[in-house]
Design a protein around this ligand. Structure first.
Ligand code: PRE
Length: 271
């Protein structure tokens, strides 16, 4: 089984792929999320793993757009506790660092820590672990990485500060993607939807009221621009429910009354 991820061993995506699919799966690394989406769509990978939201830094908006554009299905969700660590070549001191590099989402999660070190520049990079690898391979003095403890071990770097995320209790929500909707042997209690509402007065308020009346609990709502129609929006919605039949009925009602509904996936709530 092939699993597409963004990142290399020691990255958080790699950790999720191992936790979810086990050590027998073949993990295929890509540099950007779009390549992960493409690989799943073209059937080069059986599944993809994609971070979608972090409890400190918020949503990774472009990933919603990728799921939509590549017509992927959400098979499941997975929550990983995230501990960030500042690491560098052995023997380096924090004061000697002029820059720290990491994935932009990781940098956002550690902003407070680095406010104590205004001379350290925070630079976006491809993923957490690949920075650790590069520092080790190119013996880059003066450069720090923000990454997992596993990355420090794999690439032989020294941890200068542990657990540097702004809030200790830090989670990233990942989704497991596939190219077609698979039959499930369980009754889902959570769904990811896109609703493109008709542009009428009060439509969102009415939509949310209907959802609440039909027992659909909103766990996330995110507006995304409709590119072809400036200033019009679609809503990406995650919803939890107890009664699958009632949920299905609500979906067909929303389709009729409010606008087009795309179901990205129906799965089990893992929170
Ligand atoms: O760079 C990594 O290690 C990743 O797996 C990426 C990523 C992300 O995309 O949010 C995953 C989890 C953390 O939130 C920080 C970075």
């Amino acid at each position: 089984m092939k699993i597409a991820i963004q990142g290399i061993p020691g990255s958080f995506h790699y950790q999720v792929a191992l936790d979810y699919f086990g050590t027998d799966a073949e993990i295929v690394s890509y540099r950007i999320f779009e390549e992960v989406a493409k690989s799943v769509r073209l059937g080069n990978a059986d599944f993809g793993v994609m971070a979608i939201e972090n409890s400190i830094a918020g949503a990774i908006l472009p990933n919603y757009e990728l799921i939509d554009r590549y017509e992927l299905f959400v098979k499941d969700e997975y929550y990983l506790p995230i501990s960030h660590n500042l690491m560098a070549l052995k023997g380096q001191k924090i004061e000697a660092l002029s820059e720290v590099r990491s994935h932009p989402m990781a940098l956002l999660q550690c902003k407070k820590f680095f406010s104590q070190f205004p001379s350290i520049k925070m630079m976006d990079d491809v993923d957490t672990a690949s920075v650790a690898k590069r520092i080790a391979e190119e013996q880059l003095a003066g450069v720090g990485a923000i990454a997992s403890k596993a990355a420090a071990e794999i690439y032989g770097l020294e941890i200068l500060a542990s657990d540097i995320q702004t809030v200790q209790n830090n989670f990233t929500r990942f989704i497991i993607l596939q190219d077609t909707r698979s039959k499930s042997d369980f009754t889902p209690n959570k769904a990811s939807l896109k609703i493109t509402v008709n542009n009428e007065k009060g439509v969102l308020a009415k939509l949310l009221t209907l959802m609440s009346e039909r027992g659909l609990d909103l766990s996330k709502i995110q507006s995304i621009p409709v590119m072809e129609k400036p200033w019009e929006y679609s809503f990406f919605i995650d919803t939890q429910f107890e009664d699958y039949g009632q949920y299905q009925q609500a979906i067909s009602e929303i389709n009729k009354r409010f606008g087009e509904v795309t179901v990205f996936g129906e799965y089990l709530n893992r929170k």
